[in-house]
Design a protein around this ligand. Structure first.
Ligand SMILES: Cc1cc2nc3c(=O)[nH]c(=O)nc-3n(C[C@H](O)[C@H](O)[C@H](O)COP(=O)(O)O)c2cc1C
Length: 164
């Protein structure tokens, strides 16, 4: 069996949910990403991070460990509150990892959730401003009432890439 690991950075739970779904489907170990995370002896590495202000969390770790990661089968997924149909979702990963050659990397955007009831402090202030600036009434409503796009079917293309 292929040895794999799913590493994730999640603040409000959506990225963790996706990481667990991927772990369940693949049999890979699932761990929260930390400074000491190791991928020694791992053949397939899956790294997922949530998106804040257009950038994916966990990108710093990927950059720091790039020399090791580039020799493995690597899958990166970003989880944001933007609808998956919006073209900007394709920019989150390349923008966060600029300078790296991502040609052989499987990169995926998985739609997460907007959970205003969970935001506190700094995040609440930022998101209040984001909602204030939003012109689309439907998007504005989602930013105040919340929405979840998390679904098992969203991980299918990612699983196909792992199996390829
Ligand atoms: C402060 C803040 C900034 C955010 N910025 C973005 C963003 O730029 N683009 C986006 O698509 N989602 C953005 N989001 C939404 C989160 O990415 C979304 O809620 C995601 O599901 C969070 O993942 P988690 O539940 O694993 O923490 C932001 C959320 C917060 C709280």
């Amino acid at each position: 069996m292929t040895k794999g690991k799913v590493l994730f950075v999640s603040k409000y739970g959506s990225t963790k949910r996706y990481a667990k779904m991927i772990g369940k489907a693949t049999g890979f170990k699932v761990e929260e990403l930390g400074k000491k995370s190791s991928v020694d002896g791992v053949e397939v590495v899956v790294v997922g991070g949530w998106v804040m202000a257009g950038k994916m969390k966990g990108a710093k770790w990927i950059k720091k460990n790039w020399d090791v990661l580039k020799g493995k089968k690597l899958v990166i997924f970003a989880v944001g509150g933007t609808e998956p149909e919006k073209p900007e979702v394709n920019d989150f990963i390349p923008r966060s990892l600029n300078g790296l050659n991502l040609k052989k990397v499987g990169t995926f955007y998985l739609p997460g959730a907007i959970q205003p009831d969970k935001w506190g402090g700094f995040h609440k202030i930022i998101m209040k401003n984001v909602a204030k600036m939003e012109e689309d009434p439907e998007e504005k409503r989602k930013l105040s009432e919340g929405v979840s796009y998390v679904s098992k079917k969203n991980i299918e293309p990612l699983l196909e890439f792992i199996e390829k």
